[in-house]
Design a protein around this ligand. Structure first.
Ligand code: UT7
Length: 339
């Protein structure tokens, strides 16, 4: 039996969890490389050739992470034809929450009027969305939740140092969301593979504002409440770990790289994406890329890219879709979906 048919018959015989709605929201304000050239010592040429980024969106002063998350969540619910009151679980993946507590998910639950939903956040940086769908699937199977809303949302413009050209050109604000429903025979999440390695925490972090270095005049003067990244080290690990994650998750389903119809990777750097594609022997046209428009939106990047792929009809019924991410923690993960 052909791989895809074998998977279909396997899915039909088990309790399955499928994606029934997708949506995303990015703030109106666009910040181009040329705009950045006027603020710091950089160039459109450097940013474009080293990262693939041309533009990124920046939230207005009135918008917090929960506002972006709310708008993306609302679109996903509308695409799934569900009312907010029908949602049993809301998970928000973010590392730029509205506040340290309560969770952004609780704030979003209130904004949506999703009174029947349990809500909490996940802190797994750029891998947060994949951690989120994995956790949601497990909870749906064990706690009898029928529906879940998983949102990746970030307002990085508030945690980056706009004077640090090493980081400020890379990131953007945005949110993406999916609705998961039980007993769906399409768009099934087949398998997820997750990994973490805290020895790499030093490579990418926001040192101040937590219990280790609480906010003080000194922490502000030293800029310790801004994101810090050792880009070169992260880059080296990203390629290797994303390739390994894709192979692992496919292997869990008896599939391999040749079965991938579309790869939706975390959008960190176009050079990383091209190397990952090359190592997987995957034609570049089968890799979703929108980093040129939005930059690196961390936990939001995969659900935004997935929503755009659906909107642009890049995914066909029955396609094998693989999501893969890598980020601070370190954390990494991949999911395989039969669309
Ligand atoms: O999403 C979470 C995971 N994050 C990632 O995966 C990010 C991974 N890292 C990267 O994508 C890349 O390492 C960066 C894009 C961050 C940097 O690219 P790179 O090719 O590794 O550049 P580099 O850090 O080695 O810097 C090369 C040069 C340096 O100048 P010198 O020291 O060689 O004179 C930098 O100072 O480029 C300089 N540079 C810039 N020049 C113009 C760094 N940033 C800029 C800039 N404009 N914005």
């Amino acid at each position: 039996m052909k791989t895809k048919e074998r998977i279909k018959s396997k899915i039909d015989n088990q309790k399955s969890i499928g994606i029934t709605g997708t949506g995303f929201y990015v703030p109106e304000k666009n910040l181009s490389n040329f705009d950045l050239e006027k603020k710091i010592e950089t160039s459109d040429e450097w940013i474009r050739t080293r990262t693939g980024i041309k533009n990124r969106r920046v939230a207005s002063g009135r918008e917090a992470t929960s506002d972006l998350a709310y708008k993306a969540g609302k679109k996903a619910l509308s695409n799934a034809n569900l009312k907010a009151s029908e949602i049993d679980l809301i998970i928000v993946a973010t590392l730029s929450p509205d506040m340290l507590f309560p969770s952004t998910a609780c704030i979003v639950q209130h904004k949506l009027k999703a009174k029947n939903a349990v809500a909490f956040d996940i802190s797994a940086a750029c891998t947060g969305f994949i951690y989120g769908i994995s956790m949601a699937k497990s909870l749906m199977l064990t706690n009898n939740y029928k529906t879940a809303l998983i949102i990746g949302a970030e307002v990085f413009s508030r945690i980056i140092d706009w004077k640090d050209r090493n980081t400020c050109v890379l990131f953007g604000d945005g949110a993406g969301a999916v609705v998961l429903e039980k007993a769906q025979n399409e768009h099934n999440i087949l398998s997820t593979y997750l990994g973490s390695d805290g020895s790499g925490a030093i490579l990418l972090n926001q040192p101040a504002g937590g219990s280790k270095i609480p906010a003080s005049h000194e922490s502000i003067d030293k800029g310790l409440h801004y994101l810090k990244m050792d880009g070169g080290e992260v880059y080296k690990l990203a390629v290797e770990i994303m390739v390994k994650s894709v192979k692992k998750v496919l292997n869990q389903e008896g599939l391999d790289e040749n079965d991938i119809d579309i790869l939706i990777p975390h959008q960190a750097n176009i050079r990383i994406l091209k190397k990952v594609a090359m190592k997987l022997n995957l034609p570049i046209d089968n890799v979703m890329m929108n980093i040129d428009k939005y930059g690196n939106t961390s936990a939001a990047s995969i659900p935004i890219a997935l929503s755009e792929s659906v909107m642009e009809k890049k995914i066909k019924k029955g396609d094998i879709v693989v999501l893969v991410a890598f980020g601070a923690g370190l954390t990494w993960g991949a999911s395989v979906i039969r669309w």
